[in-house]
Design a protein around this ligand. Sequence first.
Ligand SMILES: [Zn+2]
Length: 437
Amino acid sequence: MFFENITLIDETMQVREHMYLGTIDDRISYLSDVPPADPSLYGEEYGACSGKLFIPGFFNAHSHAAMHLLRGYGENLTLHDWLNQRIFPFEAHLTADDIYWATQLGAAEMLRFGIVGTTDMYSMGEAMGRAFADSGIKANFSVGTTCFDDRTFQQMPQYAETLKLKELFHGYDNGRLQVDFSLHAEYTSSERIASGIAEAAAEAGLGMHCHVSETAFEVAGCRERHQGKSPVKYLADLGVFDVPTTAAHCVHIDEEDIAILADKKVTVASCPKSNMKLASGFCPVGKLLQSGANVALGTDSVASNNNLNMLEEIKTFALIHKGVSGDPTLITPAEALYAATRAGAVAQGRQDCGCLKEGYKADIVALNIDTIYMRPSHNQLNNLVYASCGSDIVMTMVDGRVLYDRGSFPHLDIEKLLYETEHSCQRILRELQSVQS
Ligand SMILES: [Zn+2]
């Protein structure tokens, strides 16, 4: 596919105008301010994107796509009441089919907002894997392990399930899908489980995804349970961070934790909107970046966000740390865009993703900049982070395939997804009602 007369943000975060970009198969094969000698090498010209702003596709570093069914279902509650009164009872009724349809609709929403890859944790992994395979999005996905008894990890269903998922999906479609192990969190598992899952991941050569230090309550409880250790220290001591790990939230972390996360090359998936909504607090992103830690950006689920609009997440991320710290120089637009793109790609082990660069995967988002609020164009990176809207996105390409195109999804039957997910919601509500009566 060939694009001409575009503005783009390159790998050094410089805005470049009047550019030419060509893709062949799943790669960016041409990127220059001079036209190629033979544009026909790159197939059809995509004229609708002429004059648009091209940026690397977003990587969502922490999501639960299937929770699409729970948007708006529990609001204005404490984390404890939100989970126990609303989320867990609803989730107890989910079937594999519910998860398949909801995950696909969640992936569609991500594509609509420019997300090309997601790091997703949920349950019923085969349904998740089929949904991500059918949606066209990149995904590193896992089934979260929780355990409140004294079983070993090898005795847990998630052990065999993850190894089966590895066989079925790991590396699927030229590496588009990857499988991780997942420890839900310190407070939902035992020491045996945490060390066992770390061993299993190392042995299988898979990554790890877990929730870490989301609330002050969690950290205080962990210190009581484990000889004064913070969740970061506890998980590090059990070997969890010895495999490539994405640690979601990391809101309540101290200097020692930050040093461990940087040293172990753990990716912190910061979820600013979710953390604010559940009043969990603010991840110390400035200090993490200073330490050299990889900080990526996640939406968390729509039950605590309530959308997967990554531009909204980026703007929130770029603003709140200024407000919280009193330092307006903290988190530049370039740092915010990096967190939403390259940092998430690196977290997924995708070294050839996350920037617009020749030879890299063609994961591209195009935005309309012909609007009042994107003018004047002193710097379209500043405009992108502080002024743009998610609805400005007109095209999302993953591995060279256009998956969202000016309001339509060429690969997905959105009507069917809406019908099936509505059907799931209504059935679950009926079941919940009959349990109560
Ligand atoms: Zn989460």
